[in-house]
Write a protein of this length. Structure first.
Length: 418
């Protein structure tokens, strides 16, 4: 059983949160409710001209699985198109939270008008979701890009990731996270736990408001038992960005793969670029698992999960295009880029092997695109490159290299961002 001092802390924290939320002032623009009930091309305030828009509805999502080769696209867009997705966090919607976001969030002091209508519609429907078997994520898409064929590369520029509501949730569930068996503390799930009796799961979900600080930057807010605040900076990004895998079999949403998916790299927020190898005609891009903030490792199980409006520019790079970060003219796995870094990505169920994968991918990039000799590149990586643990909670673990562009400012190769 949970130690009494932890029970007291949880009770006090839960009691403080609704008042904390209700007392805050948020931008009048929130919440960002859906702009349309189906995919369309429309004008969105703050964006030039008309853009493509994809809402999260029963017809546009998969709950717990990723699009595959058998899925028809919701839209087909030209290369270079801007596509805006209204995405939903699964937190507050899952069965161990009652599959009732209105009740869940209002319990924490959220006004009814601040709960997203698409979340209410999806959880209130008969769409099946097996809490024990299916992935938790609500995945929106896919969108096809004209002319994309296997062997090509989809360049995904993340233009914006904007909060739709001023709150999120961080969860730890039994048997999951970096300390399974140690956390959550307390009773194990009961055999008859279900959405009608969510308390029987005995999982822990920490409701976390966000607000803008004096510098106008978003920050998460937590309460200690004595009422004091713990705040931390937000950095919104999409945990899931990917293309369809070349299979007709269901693709679970939790483990990432060569097609992208749940890569959970917190550096890939607004202003970043992801290069995804194309495996099926049209590429079939999708997104989901929006995050407001995530530490490297994502140790409890989830980040600060938070519904977002995400905007992307989707550009097709045909096989052999010089802008593809490889010498072969294609890619075998995702590759990332920011204004300041190249991001070489490693993935494996074994964290040691994920590290090796990331180092090999770093060496491939440095030798192929920046002209380094392998031994010198290996030495450079040891002296000058940080390897970060993306996450350790998604079955397939991730490690990524942050290779500084400034170190190569005198190297005249085709690795500059386009």
């Amino acid at each position: 059983m949970m130690h009494p001092k932890y029970l007291i802390a949880l009770v006090l924290a839960s009691a403080a949160l609704p008042a904390s939320f209700a007392a805050e002032k948020y931008p009048d623009s929130l919440p960002l409710q859906p702009l349309a009930d189906k995919p369309a091309r429309l004008a969105i305030k703050g964006m030039p001209g008309k853009v493509y828009y994809v809402p999260s509805t029963l017809d546009t999502i998969k709950w717990g699985y990723l699009p595959n080769a058998a899925d028809a696209p919701l839209l087909t867009v030209p290369s270079g198109a801007t596509v805006v997705f209204d995405t939903l966090s699964h937190e507050g919607l899952l069965e161990d939270q009652g599959r009732n976001p209105l009740a869940f969030f209002m319990k924490h002091g959220v006004p009814k008008a601040m709960v997203l209508t698409d979340a209410i519609a999806i959880t209130g429907s008969v769409i099946p979701h097996d809490f024990a078997k299916d992935g938790p994520h609500i995945i929106t898409g896919p969108v096809a890009v004209e002319g994309a064929e296997p062997g090509d590369v989809l360049k995904v520029e993340v233009l914006a990731v904007v909060p739709r509501v001023p709150y999120g949730v961080i969860s730890n569930r039994h048997g999951k996270g970096s300390l399974p068996g140690e956390f959550p503390q307390g009773a194990r799930p009961e055999a008859d736990a279900n959405a009608a009796a969510p308390e029987k799961f005995h999982n822990v979900s920490v409701f976390t408001p966000v607000r803008k600080n004096r510098r106008g930057q978003w920050e998460g807010v937590m309460k200690n038992p004595d009422g004091s605040e713990v705040t931390f900076p937000a950095a919104p990004f999409m945990g899931v960005m990917g293309v369809a895998a070349a299979t007709d079999e269901p693709v679970h949403s939790v483990p990432p793969g060569v097609y992208g998916g749940n890569i959970d790299i917190n550096d890939l927020g607004a202003g970043s670029t992801v290069y995804l190898p194309v495996f099926v005609k049209g590429a079939q891009f999708y997104t989901g698992d929006p995050h407001m903030a995530q530490g490297d490792g994502e140790v409890a199980l989830t980040a600060l999960e938070h519904s977002m409006r995400a905007s992307f520019r989707l550009t097709l790079l045909k096989k052999g295009d010089a802008r593809i970060p490889s010498a072969s003219g294609s890619l075998s796995k995702p590759f990332g880029e920011t204004d300041s870094h190249w991001i070489a990505i490693g993935m494996n169920a074994d964290l040691d092997e994920a590290m090796k994968d990331a180092v090999r991918e770093s060496l491939r990039f440095l030798t192929e695109k920046l002209g380094m000799e392998p031994a010198v590149a290996y030495a450079y990586l040891s002296a000058a490159t940080d390897y970060q643990v993306s996450q350790v909670v998604d079955r397939t673990k991730g490690i990524h290299a942050m290779i500084r562009k400034s170190d190569f400012k005198k190297v005249k190769k085709s690795a500059n961002k386009h």
